[in-house]
Structures are given as structure tokens and as C-alpha cells.
Design a protein around this ligand. Sequence first.
Ligand SMILES: NC(=O)c1ccc[n+]([C@@H]2O[C@H](COP(=O)([O-])OP(=O)(O)OC[C@H]3O[C@@H](n4cnc5c(N)ncnc54)[C@H](O)[C@@H]3O)[C@@H](O)[C@H]2O)c1
Length: 253
Amino acid sequence: MIAMGTAVVVGGASGIGLATARALAAEGYAVTIADINVDAARSAADEIGTTARAVALDVTDEDSVAAGFDGLDDLRVVVSCAGLTVPGALTELSLADWQTTIDVCLTGSFLILKHAGQRIVDGGSIVVISSLNARQPGTAMGAYCSAKAGVSMLVEVAALELAPRRIRVNAIQPGVVDTPLTAGLALVPGLMDEYVDNTPLGRSGRPEEIADMAVFLASDKAAWITGAAFDVNGGAHLQRYPNVLGRVQAMMP
Ligand SMILES: NC(=O)c1ccc[n+]([C@@H]2O[C@H](COP(=O)([O-])OP(=O)(O)OC[C@H]3O[C@@H](n4cnc5c(N)ncnc54)[C@H](O)[C@@H]3O)[C@@H](O)[C@H]2O)c1
């Protein structure tokens, strides 16, 4: 296999990030899995093999992000996957819960773009996982929708600023994908059905289907693509977002 240089997958210990780490390793990259859950990152690196390594990194802590990118040789690809959501109606959501989502999803993306942009080689590729919610509003999703809309715009600014070094920066906006992040949706009666009903291709996504787009964007086949956001969602952006708040309220006694 041809050695492709180094790739970092932030949030690579689970779900979409883990699938992306596996896919980049299969392409010949030496993959660093950077995650706040360092035990899971180590297990993932062990599973991938000797070319992979794990590092503890918290995207909300600038020193941790800077240290995570330290000493990497020939850094060619960075995929930023860390994310979470604390749902809640805007009239009920605490400032702390708003801040948690904004810190991880939006400020975390800024810190990754900042430090990846400093360290990546000229001609490298950065991919940030945004969301369908960057363009489609959903009840109870105010913090997440705002953060992800910000992420997709941040990617456009980064693409402009890094273009002189031929570094490409793109976003992927997944619809609902089966990962630990979305496992809880099944606990809300009817909610997963509503996601699928609003997905023209009639199913949720697999993490590997997002990883495939990340690998494409990392590759030379995407050499003329930057500042773009790709909807990988079975067509869900063509319909409406499920009424998460309504479904949760319907569960209440
Ligand atoms: N699963 C979906 O339906 C879906 C849809 C659209 C967008 N996304 C986005 O895709 C990305 C990956 O989500 P996923 O579904 O694979 O979730 P996941 O929970 O399976 O994986 C997220 C990973 O991020 C890590 N992480 C969380 N906070 C972190 C922090 N502060 N610093 C470093 N790492 C941190 C977690 O430890 C975990 O390994 C997220 O940005 C999410 O918002 C997911």
C-alpha cells in the first residue's frame, strides 16, 4: 500500500469519526484518532493496527487542541467529527446547556480549523462534519442548529483564507445516521419513523456513507472543490425536519 502521509480524525473514537478513521487507514494514511474519550480512541487505534495512534484531545480546550496537533509529520488530512447536542426548547434551555453545544460544535470547530490550518501541509484537505441542521431548523434543536449553521459558514471562511496555500476546506452535512449519538432517538415513540418518513430514500444513514464522502474530499479527486457543504442525507433536506419537541412532549405524563 502507498503511504499517504498523516491524517487526524478528531472525534474519531465513535460513530462517523471511527468509520472515517478506518476508511482513511484503508487508503494508506497513518491515522491519529484524537478524542476526549481516550480509552475508546486507543481501542479504535489498536483495532486499525500499527499505523494508527490515539491521542487525548478536548476540542473545547485550546491547549489540548494545540498539543494534539504537535509533532505530527506530513499532516495531509484533518477530519473534524467531534459533536454533541443538548436538546431543549429555547424557552426552557439553560444557558449552560446552550453553551455546551456551542462550545463543542462551533468553538471546537474553530479551534480545530485554527490549529489544523497552522500545521497541515500546503495542498492538504480539511473536512468538518456539520449537519442537515445547518440548513434545516428543528424544534428542541436551537443550540445545535445555530452551532452547525455557524460551522458551515466557518468552513467557507476557512476555505477562503487557506486557499493561497491550496488547502481545501469542506463541510459534510449528514442527515440522521445510526451512531451512539442518535441511539437515544429510538426511545422516543414515533421519532425515528418521522426521520425516515422525511427521508426520500427511506432509511437512516450508515457512518460509512459519511466516511466515503470524507475520503473523497480528502483525495485528489476533489482537487477543485473547496468551501462547499455536501448534503449526505438520503434527500432529507428536500422535506421537513421531524418535530422532536412535539414527540418528546407527547411522551410526558
Ligand atoms: N449521527 C447523526 O445522525 C449526525 C447527523 C448530522 C451530524 N452529525 C455530526 O457528526 C459528528 C459525529 O457524530 P456521531 O454521530 O458520530 O457521534 P458519536 O457520539 O458517535 O461520536 C462523537 C465523538 O466525538 C467525541 N467528542 C465529544 N465531545 C468531544 C470533545 N469535547 N473533544 C473531543 N472529542 C469529543 C466523542 O467522544 C465521540 O467519540 C458530530 O459533529 C455530529 O454533530 C451526526
